[in-house]
Design a protein around this ligand. Structure first.
Ligand SMILES: *[C@@H]1O[C@H](CO)[C@@H](O)[C@H](O)[C@H]1NC(C)=O
Ligand SMILES: *[C@@H]1O[C@H](CO)[C@@H](O)[C@H](O)[C@H]1NC(C)=O
Length: 420
């Protein structure tokens, strides 16, 4: 199927046969071939795990498509990536980020629904602590850990502080309430147009999520929760209301990751409790074309990527890439937020939600820093903050906006040239 996978996640060679697992670019769905399914023990008698779907034929035979938590069945049998490969991946990814003019990232860990919470912690000790102690950090990171492990994050911060140094900052915890639009697992009030009767997936029980949020919040951790569908976003906004009423007002900077489709009026609710809409303009490039097919044109046009409405409602709007889901490239994301046009499109998608340059720049700099409690040291060039900046070919956006690639001439971190 055309929408499935662009990335080979794990291929195991044997003399005659290949197990193949293709992961969809958003990490919410994957396709296993028959041998991989056999090794994972998936057949018509396997039940859907909680928070996941094994896509089946009318005869209940699995098709090979696994959605959200169902991917766990295959992840269990994929060999682990070696420590050396993971370390090398951090260095390669850091160089790639610098080339694109990125000096700080929020890393929410390798945890996606269906994977082990432990991997993120192993990456912290094997990869980040290694790079840090060896003086190999090239970009700054703010780390979020899987929410069920909040007591460990809290202990770690007590022991080591919020910043291990200028390079590694401990942010808080992350959870997923629903899946994605592309995998038809984002949680909506109304069913998908192309899958009648299907409203998407609720990945967590609201009482469990409220409990973990209250506990995390009480221990001073920042909470970031993934919500894409309009229902998932409303459920989170309601839940955050409850946390504030139970635990009082304070500077918590709750993050809703993606806030992609909002019900009427929801955009104005973010401002009430200073909630951060952590959005990714370049996801729009993947969804603008298919959203109408998935949820209908009317619903798509009133609910999708409401950047301007969010800002107007007082939300803190922070841009990011969700890399590797979309490309890590702030200049391109800024252009997308301003134009809302796919390559080759004449008209913008939902033109009223386009942003001016100034708002887009802020969303990718100072607001992104604010969204991880780092605005006191990052996000603008003022005395007392780190000298992290890029050199562009012109001070006029118009002069290079039509031809973005290759336009980061140099990237500086801590006042030192880090790229090229
Ligand atoms: C969360 O659940 C645990 C275990 O049931 C309970 O002990 C704790 O009091 C709950 N916390 C909150 C804030 O409700
Ligand atoms: C937050 O809620 C928890 C659990 O209900 C409670 O133990 C704690 O005292 C509250 N904190 C504040 C600041 O109200």
């Amino acid at each position: 199927e055309e929408e499935v996978g662009t990335m080979i996640f794990g291929v195991v060679k044997s003399p005659l046969l290949l197990e193949v697992w293709l992961s969809r670019m958003d990490g919410h769905m994957g396709l296993a071939n028959s041998l991989a399914m056999k090794i994972a023990g998936i057949d018509k008698n396997t039940n859907d795990p909680v928070g996941g779907t094994i896509v089946r034929t009318t005869e209940r035979e699995p098709t090979g498509l696994l959605v959200d938590a169902a991917m766990k069945l295959v992840f269990n049998v994929i060999p682990e990536v070696s420590v050396n490969d993971r370390r090398e991946a951090l260095l390669t990814a850091s160089r790639h980020a610098l080339m694109r003019g990125v000096t700080t990232v929020v890393d929410v860990g390798s945890y996606v629904p269906g994977t082990s919470e432990e991997q993120t912690w192993q990456d912290f000790s094997d990869v980040y602590e290694w790079a840090h102690s060896m003086g190999k950090m090239m970009i700054r990171v703010c780390l979020f850990f899987p929410m069920p492990t909040w007591p460990r994050v809290s202990d770690l911060i007590h022991e080591r502080g919020r910043s291990l140094s200028g390079w590694i900052h401990l942010g808080g915890v992350k959870a997923f309430l629903d899946g994605s639009l592309g995998s038809s697992s984002a949680w909506f009030y109304e069913p998908y147009e192309d899958v009648p009767g299907d409203y998407g997936l609720q990945l967590l029980d609201m009482d469990v999520l409220l409990n973990a949020t209250l506990e995390s919040d009480k221990s001073g951790l920042q909470v970031a929760i993934h919500a894409i569908g309009d229902k998932a976003n409303d459920m989170l906004l309601d839940m955050f209301d409850k946390v504030v009423s139970l635990n009082g007002t304070k500077d918590r900077r709750f993050r809703i990751e993606h806030a992609q489709h909002l019900s009427p009026g929801a955009a104005t609710r973010f401002g009430e409790h200073g909630i951060i809409a952590s959005v990714q303009p370049d996801h729009l490039l993947d969804d603008a074309d298919s959203a109408g097919r998935k949820i209908g044109v009317e619903r798509a046009e009133r609910s999708s990527y409401l950047f301007r409405s969010l800002l107007a409602g007082g939300a803190h709007l922070a841009f990011g890439s969700d890399w590797p889901v979309s490309d890590i490239y702030p200049l391109q994301a800024i252009r997308t937020a301003m134009s809302r046009k796919l390559p080759g499109w004449e008209a913008p998608w939902i033109s009223a939600e386009r942003l001016p340059l100034d708002d887009s720049l802020k969303a990718h700099t100072i607001s992104a820093a604010y969204a991880c409690f780092l605005d006191h040291v990052l996000g603008s060039l003022v005395e007392g903050k780190y000298a992290d900046f890029v050199v562009l070919p012109s001070t006029s956006w118009r002069e290079f906006a039509d031809d973005i690639p290759g336009h980061v001439l140099a990237t500086y971190v801590n006042g030192k040239q880090a790229y090229p």
